[in-house]
Every structure is written in C-alpha cells, then in structure tokens.
Design a protein around this ligand. Structure first.
Ligand code: DNO
Length: 362
C-alpha cells in the first residue's frame, strides 16, 4: 500500500506540503494541475509541480483528476479534439513518472451533498452530509448556488466555476441521453485512451458516482459492482481500472464494500482506493463519519483486509475528513481529520501484517 494525500497545489491549498510530509507513513500525493476539462496539460507546469512535491520528500505518481470533458460524455462531434488532448496529457504524465490517473464519467455533477458542514451533535465537529429530502424542491441550479455559498470561498473539486457556468445548457443537452447511450460514449473514450495507457504504462481509475444512485434524472452508470463489471467489459484491460471509493459506493447500504473490493482486486482492476467511513441516517440520507469503524457503518477492518488480500500494492488515500479542532479549510479536505484517518489506516495495516505474517507488505 502506498499512502497518499489529496492536495490542490500551493496556490489554492492552505495545507503546506511540509505538513503533509509530517503525517506518519505518507509517501506521496494524489495531486493535480488546476486545469479545465479538455485542456492538454502543459508539461513545463507539471514538471514544476513535480519538483515542488519531490523537494518536499513526496511522490506524485497518482493524478486526481484529469477531468473528462462533457462533450466526450455526451458523444458530441467535438469529442475527438478533447480525446486527443486527453491522450497527449496521458503521454506527458507517463513521461513524468505518473502511474495512475483518477477520473470519473459522471454527467455534470462529480459529487453532491446538501450540507457541507453539518454539525455532528455528539462532538461538535462537522462533516459533509446528504439528505435527499432537503433537495426538496431545489433544482440543480439552486443546489449549485448553495454549494458555492457554503464552500467558504474554496473551489471544490468537481464544482469548478467554468464547469458550472454552462450548467443550464449542459443539463438540457443530457435530456434524452440514456444510461446505455452514456456507456456507448464511455466505450468510445476508453477504446481511444486505454491502448495508449497500455503502451506507456499508466492505469486509468474511474471514480464511482457519489452518492451511489441517479440524481436529477441524469444518467449515472457507476454505482454498483454490476455497473463496474460493465465498465471493465467496455474495454477489457488491466489499464482500465476503478478508483474504489468506499464512501461513495458505501452511501448505498446495498453495496457490500469489502466484497466489491475483493471482486475487483482479484481481477487486478483496482488502480487506487479512497478510504473513508459513512454513517447511514435513513433512506438516501447519510453523513460522513470519522474513519474509525465504530463511528460509522462501514467495516473499515474488513475493507483494509480486502485490500491487503487482493490489491496490497495499490495507492490509498484517507478520503474526506470531518472538520475538527476548529480548522477552517476546504470542506472535506482539511488536514487534521485526514491525518488521523491516515494514521488509523496505517494502524490497521500494521495489525494485518502481524496477523497475516506477511511482513513484506509495506
Ligand atoms: C470528491 C472526490 C471526487 C473525485 C472525482 C474523481 O471529493 O472524491 O471529486 O476526485 O470524482 O474524478
């Protein structure tokens, strides 16, 4: 396991790399260049970022995310130009030593919550929260406005201003696109990029829909084991993998997360893991919990054991954290609770090493 940390770059992330390095066992980042979807990433900018990260004693072998342009998802004629840019970015990142590219194929919304700072009554911390009832009469435009207001001035991944500017038009364009049509567009994309990944030694890792069900009538095709079996079959290759996010898939209690990890781990289809816990509060109603098993509803030991047994060399990051100790930061992406999460995950790993006696699994 390689323990990594999501980081947004020194211009917009208040957490210094030095602090990231000081988290025990942290080896690198799931990092990114702040570029709109569809752009061919300039190599010199990535080289500068890599130098900054390496100088801090960290690696940057995973990128999260290189976003997929909506025209690719919608299958518009302009997709070929955006796919060409994507391929050029894959080749550049491979030259620079990147091994995994995390992305998603969710129409419009990358992830959705109804409250970004819901107070947890038991301890006064706060975390990301979703209650479908709160969506009530709110349409997509209102929820976007509310999320922007609640984000305390931080840009949120997946909620980049340039993406949201086109929201109304994009939502209209999706009317009439069925899940099967979206899958066909996805196949077109994978057929183009996966052979390049095989050639240059990069793995694409698709993030699940978050939450793990359809929203606002948009087609969503990545929220169950069955969905990901279909995605793997669209272009069968060890380079076509999942970024298995326990909290996203785990927002639906029907998804048995340890068993899903084993299923894809055994097939060598896990490129990266996001590890976090979720507390179920009702139907389509949950909040994010600390990583500790007993503070949520996911069995974190069984999750780590499934990783240990089936994909022990994968990249892991402690996913979202709560806001604790009065930290002010990007919702879900503060320093303190994610550092605690990493430490807890490392503790489980050490215990697994002792129990299973495979001292070679770092
Ligand atoms: C949310 C994240 C997602 C994820 C993307 C991957 O906090 O887990 O934004 O990075 O879906 O492309």
């Amino acid at each position: 396991m390689k323990m990594t940390f999501r980081w947004y770059g020194s211009k917009i992330d208040p957490i210094p790399l030095k602090f990231v390095k000081q988290i025990p066992g942290m080896t690198g980042l799931m990092g990114l260049l702040d570029k709109p979807a569809g752009v061919d990433w300039p190599e010199e900018e990535f080289v500068a970022l890599k130098k900054e990260v390496n100088d801090a004693g960290l690696e940057i072998e995973v990128i999260e995310s290189v976003n997929v342009h909506e025209d690719i998802k919608m299958g518009l004629p302009s997709r070929d130009e955006y796919i060409a840019n994507y391929i050029s970015t894959i080749r550049m990142l491979a030259r620079q030593g990147v091994k995994v590219i995390v992305y998603n194929f969710m129409p419009v919304f990358d992830w959705l919550r109804t409250d970004l700072a819901r107070i947890i009554p038991e301890d006064g911390s706060n975390s990301l929260y979703f209650d479908e009832k709160d969506l009530g009469e709110m349409g997509p435009l209102e929820i976007v406005r509310k999320t922007a207001e609640d984000s305390k001035g931080f840009t949120l991944p997946g909620w980049e201003p340039e993406r949201l500017a086109l929201l109304e038009t994009t939502l209209k364009q999706y009317e009439g696109i069925t899940p099967d049509m979206l899958r066909q567009n996805y196949k077109y994309f994978l057929d183009a990029v996966i052979p390049v990944c095989e050639e240059v030694g990069v793995r694409m890792a698709c993030h699940p829909d978050d939450p793990a069900w359809p929203i606002f009538g948009l087609p969503r095709i990545a929220h169950s084991q069955d969905d990901f079996d279909k995605i793997c079959a669209l272009h069968d290759s060890p380079a076509n993998t999942l970024c298995l996010c326990t909290g996203s898939l785990g927002s639906n209690p029907d998804n048995d997360i340890p068993s899903i990890i084993r299923h894809f781990g055994e097939k060598n289809r896990i490129g990266a893991m996001h590890v976090r816990n979720v507390k179920f509060l009702g139907y389509h109603h949950f909040r994010e919990a600390s990583h500790l098993t007993r503070e949520g509803d996911l069995d974190m030991f069984a999750i780590m054991e499934a990783i240990y047994d089936t994909c022990p060399d994968t990249y892991v990051r402690p996913d979202h954290g709560r806001m604790i100790w009065d930290e002010q930061g990007r919702p879900g992406y503060g320093l303190y609770d994610r550092a605690l999460g990493a430490t807890y995950i490392n503790g489980l790993w050490e215990a697994l090493n002792r129990i299973k006696g495979k001292k070679d699994r770092v």
